[in-house]
Design a protein around this ligand. Structure first.
Ligand code: SAM
Length: 274
């Protein structure tokens, strides 16, 4: 996968040299190219922003600079990849975008080429997304319901979530299938608790079942724990479970929490207890 990132703070991306993503880059699984947006400015101050039309506080990033930068990065990428007509999927981080989820990460992991345009100030002039939206796939994406100072941290989050899904990046591909939010019949569940040696630490014991060596019972226990944890911490996710994927034991747990899949969650555990 090729990833291009255009930013006024390319140095912000130093963490992409370490850990899993860094190794994926070393091994040629992931190629990340950083571009300084200011390289496309023409004035002596290297200005990338201007006052907003309509007034108001803050500054808005200028469309001409972004346009030239994006065109140049795409044409350079096309020659490097040898795809004269190829185009990246363009990802514009913004708090007003569609929420970034594990499903989105899986979708992006299938793309050969991603182009990120993290902004600063009040964001990029809206005509940039409109202009490229008519030629490329452009996604305005939010990493959560809060406002960052800039899109660089959002890009780090997305690249790490996508990078670990690329074939050959994780030592054990099965860990992706067991992750929280993993797709499948029990999609959207949080992962349950995990333990390692020693069996007793400061008086806290590892659940006995995990020491039993009984794979079937361990799998059942893990599924129960995942369902319980999801009900306790993110009950709204349970509404999105596929009822066809639930067995008798799952339904028992749902009933215990006062809910049923496909029926809006009404009671939290403490409501049931009281
Ligand atoms: N005034 C904008 C608003 O309220 O939507 C926020 C601008 S923010 C200070 C500057 C930039 O940070 C955004 O253009 C975007 O690139 C990035 N950003 C901030 N919060 C984000 C979030 N939750 N998800 C993705 N990007 C975000």
């Amino acid at each position: 996968m090729r990833v291009d990132i255009i930013s006024i703070f390319p140095e912000y991306f130093a963490p992409l040299d370490v850990s899993l993503v860094g190794k994926a880059r070393e091994r040629g699984i992931l190629e990340i190219r950083l571009h300084q947006l200011r390289d496309w400015t023409r004035d002596v101050h290297k200005t990338v922003d201007d006052t907003p039309y309509g007034g108001g506080p803050g500054m808005v990033m200028k469309p001409e600079i972004w346009g030239e930068a994006i065109d140049a990065v795409i044409s350079e990428g096309r020659s490097a990849l040898g795809v004269p007509a190829g185009a990246p999927r363009m990802i514009v981080p913004t708090p007003s975008g569609r929420p970034f989820t594990q499903e989105t990460a899986i979708e992006y992991a299938d793309e050969p080429w991603l182009l990120f345009t993290p902004a600063r100030y009040e964001g990029i002039d809206s005509r940039v997304a409109a202009e490229y939206g008519s030629r490329l796939r452009v996604d305005e994406v939010s990493i959560g319901d809060y406002v960052l100072a800039g899109g660089e941290a959002a890009v780090l989050v997305i690249v790490e979530a996508v990078g670990r899904l690329l074939p050959g990046v994780l030592g054990n591909a099965r860990s992706v299938a067991d992750d929280s939010f993993a797709p499948g019949p029990m999609a959207n569940l949080l992962e349950g608790p995990v333990y390692t040696k020693p069996p007793v630490w400061r008086g806290h014991e590892v659940p006995e079942i995990l020491l039993s060596g009984h794979h079937g019972k361990i799998a059942r226990w893990r599924r129960d724990q995942a369902l319980r944890r999801t009900l306790e911490k993110r009950p709204e996710l349970v509404d999105r479970l596929d009822p066809a994927g639930l067995d008798k034991d799952d339904r028992k747990i749902l009933a215990e929490f006062g809910t049923a899949c496909g029926v809006s969650f009404r009671a939290r555990p403490h409501d049931v207890a009281n």
